[in-house]
Design a protein around this ligand. Structure first.
Ligand code: PEP
Ligand code: MG
Length: 324
C-alpha cells in the first residue's frame, strides 16, 4: 500500500475525471519546508509564522525573518508559498508582549486584532516578507479577519511599509494578499471581500469552533465539535461559491483537509487547494485519483441538505461502499 501511495508523491493532485486540486503543506518553521516538498507538496498552503516568535525572549528582527521567508520561498522553487502573518495572542501567549490574561481568549485579543498595538512588530514582518518576495511565488494571508475595515487597515499598513522601503532604497517584490476565512461572518460578505483581496483560505479548525460555539480545546464539549454538521457544510458552500463567483481562488488549511473520510465532500465543495501536514500528502493524492468530481459534487449537495451529522455520516459510508 505504501509503495502504491508513494507513486503519487510527485504527481499533481487530480481526480479520476481530471479536476485538479492542489495538495499543499502546512508548515510551522523553515526546516519543515524541504521535507514537505520531498513528500509531494505542490505549495505551502500555510506557513504558521507565529512559531518564529514563540519560545524566546524577544521577537525575531527583520533580517532573521527575511532569511526564514527566503529559505522557504527558495525551497519551493517557484511553487506558491502562503505566509500567514503572526497569529499570536489569545491562546498563544508570548511572554515578552505582556498580553492581558483573558477569560475567553479565543474570542479575545488575537492575531490581526493585536497588530495596531504592536505596529512596529507588524511592519517589521511585512517588510521582511516584501524583501523576501522576489525569491519565489509569495502570498500573504492575514488571520482572524472579520471585517472589511480590518483588511483595509492592513492594506494601508502594507502601503506605508512600501513607501518607507522606497524612501530607504530597499528593494522589494509584490505579493498576493489573502485572508483566512475562519470567522463565519465573513461568509455573508464574500462579495465585499472579493473586492479587497486576491485569495481565501478556510481555517476549518477555527471556523468550526466559531460556527458551532464549541471551544476547539475543551474536552467537555469535544463531542459537539464536528465539521460534518450540515450547517458547516453550507457555510463551506457559501464561502467557495462566493469566492468563485468573483473568480477568486479558495483553499482550506485546517485539519479537515487531511481527513480521509471527508475528502469526497471537500472535492464536492469545489475547493481549489487542500493544505495539510506533509505526511498526508501522498495518501490524499492517491485517494483523490480514485474520486469522480461530479459524483462528489452530487454527494456534497445531498450532504448540505441533510438534517443531522448522522445523516451526513450515513451518506459518506454509502458513498465509500459504492466506490469499492
Ligand atoms: C485553522 O483555524 O483552521 C487554522 C489553520 O489556523 P490555526 O489552527 O493555526 O488557528
Ligand atoms: Mg485559525
Amino acid at each position: 500500500m505504501a509503495t502504491k501511495e508513494g507513486a503519487f508523491t510527485h504527481l499533481s493532485g487530480k481526480t479520476r475525471d481530471g479536476k485538479e486540486i492542489e495538495i499543499a503543506a502546512n508548515i510551522a518553521c523553515t526546516v519543515e519546508a524541504e521535507p514537505a516538498f520531498a513528500k509531494g507538496a505542490e505549495g505551502i498552503g500555510l506557513f504558521r509564522t507565529e512559531m518564529l516568535f514563540m519560545d524566546r525572549a524577544t521577537a525575531p528582527d527583520e533580517d532573521e525573518q527575511f532569511h526564514a521567508y527566503k529559505t522557504v520561498l527558495e525551497a519551493a522553487e517557484g511553487k506558491p508559498v502562503i505566509i500567514r502573518t503572526m497569529d499570536i495572542g489569545g491562546d498563544k501567549p508570548i511572554e515578552y508582549l505582556n498580553l492581558p490574561h483573558e477569560h475567553n481568549p479565543f474570542l479575545g485579543y488575537r492575531a490581526v486584532r493585536i497588530y495596531p498595538q504592536f505596529i512596529s512588530l507588524f511592519h517589521t514582518q511585512i517588510r521582511a516578507i516584501l524583501r523576501a518576495a522576489p525569491f519565489g511565488k509569495t502570498k500573504v494571508m492575514i488571520p482572524m479577519i472579520q471585517s472589511i475595515e480590518e483588511i483595509r487597515w492592513v492594506k494601508a499598513q502594507i502601503n506605508t511599509v512600501k513607501a518607507q522601503m522606497e524612501q530607504d532604497g530597499v528593494a522589494y517584490g509584490e505579493f498576493e494578499l489573502g485572508i483566512m476565512v475562519e470567522i463565519p461572518s465573513v461568509a455573508f460578505i464574500m462579495d465585499q471581500f472579493c473586492k479587497e483581496v486576491d485569495f481565501f483560505s478556510i481555517g476549518s479548525n477555527d471556523m468550526t469552533q466559531y460556527l458551532l460555539a464549541v471551544d476547539r480545546d475543551n474536552d467537555n464539549v469535544a463531542k459537539l465539535y464536528n465539521s460534518l454538521a450540515p450547517s458547516f457544510l453550507r457555510l463551506l458552500e457559501a464561502v467557495v461559491s462566493g469566492a468563485h463567483a468573483h473568480n477568486k481562488w479558495v483553499g482550506l488549511c485546517g485539519e479537515l483537509g487531511a481527513n480521509k473520510k471527508v475528502l469526497p465532500l471537500l472535492v464536492g465543495a469545489g475547493l481549489d487547494e487542500l493544505s495539510m501536514a506533509a505526511p498526508s500528502i501522498a495518501t490524499t493524492k492517491a485517494q483523490l485519483s480514485q474520486l469522480d468530481a461530479q459524483l462528489c459534487r452530487e454527494l456534497f449537495i445531498q450532504a448540505c441538505n441533510c438534517a443531522t451529522i448522522e445523516e451526513v455520516e450515513h451518506l459518506l459510508e454509502a458513498f465509500s461502499r459504492s466506490q469499492e
